[in-house]
Write a protein that binds this ligand. Sequence first.
Ligand code: ATP
Ligand code: MG
Length: 318
Amino acid sequence: MNITIATLGELLVEFLAKKENQGFLAPGEFWGPYPSGAPAIFADQVAKLGFPVLLFSCVGNDAFGEMNIARLKRDGVNVQGISVLPHANTGSAFVSYRTQAQRDFIFNMPNSACGQLNADHLDETLLRQCNHFHIMGSSLFSFRLIDAVRKAIGIVKENQGSISFDPNIRKEMLNIREMSQAFEYILDYTDFFLPSDGELDYFGLNKSGDEGEIVERLLKRGIKHVIVKRGPQGASYYAQHEQHHVAGYPVEVVDPTGAGDCFGATFVSLFLAGYSVPDALAYANASGSLAISHRGPMEGTSTLAEIEALMAQRCRSV
Ligand code: ATP
Ligand code: MG
């Protein structure tokens, strides 16, 4: 099947604290700027696999915006949907790790260029070329963005397309009320749901339960594919009458940010391209583990050949 994937949301630069527990309360050294933004990393990973992909976003007329656009273009993302705003700066994020699994962010997004993205920025002619739309929960931080997501869902569904949704919850954003309301709406249209295991409770539909029970309720609600990401423990796939599980690769963790975005991009694009579920899951698992082996959130996106090289290495070692 010919696929063209679209996504929208934050496009920003990220600065990464050099030391664990460095925090933001005292001066310290940072690496960066790195191209970043969950939907942008997703798009970059889809493009590296060789599939057509469009990112809708906004940047400022500044060097951070220029760098982001140049990187996405280099990797094959269609950047026609990225608007350069004359009176805003490109978004930014600062991240400091406490442990490998816990991190704190300071986001400059709502007041940045990508925070101004709204439904009017979505070119309908471009969107009508797409038969899949991916939503990142981290992009739902304003009414404007939520409106844009609704518009994109409408157009892609009209085009008989499918929808994927990664809640990508950031604790810094959970108090945004619009966001939790938008989650409910989006779930009604979701074909591929890609939460982390730690996010599942949030989607328990107001009932407690173990993973199996929560997933069953989500499938009953009409979601066709639920894929649970488990960091170093790999991932699981659930459908009505099917389940598959993969164990994580034993890799050195350099920077875990972006693993989920690469995983999701690889699973969704390969599945839509006709790979079997176990194959799409195995490739996504390898793609997620390659992402964490590189410093910088978008530095770890990989080509099919790089993913297959890692998978071949694993086969030789077992
Ligand atoms: P993020 O939002 O930070 O990008 P996430 O919480 O959405 O991440 P994770 O579960 O952290 O997603 O990672 C996605 C996938 O990447 C995992 O399911 C696994 O396949 C791979 N992965 C992540 N961390 C590791 C790790 N430490 N070792 C091996 N594989 C990993
Ligand atoms: Mg994530």
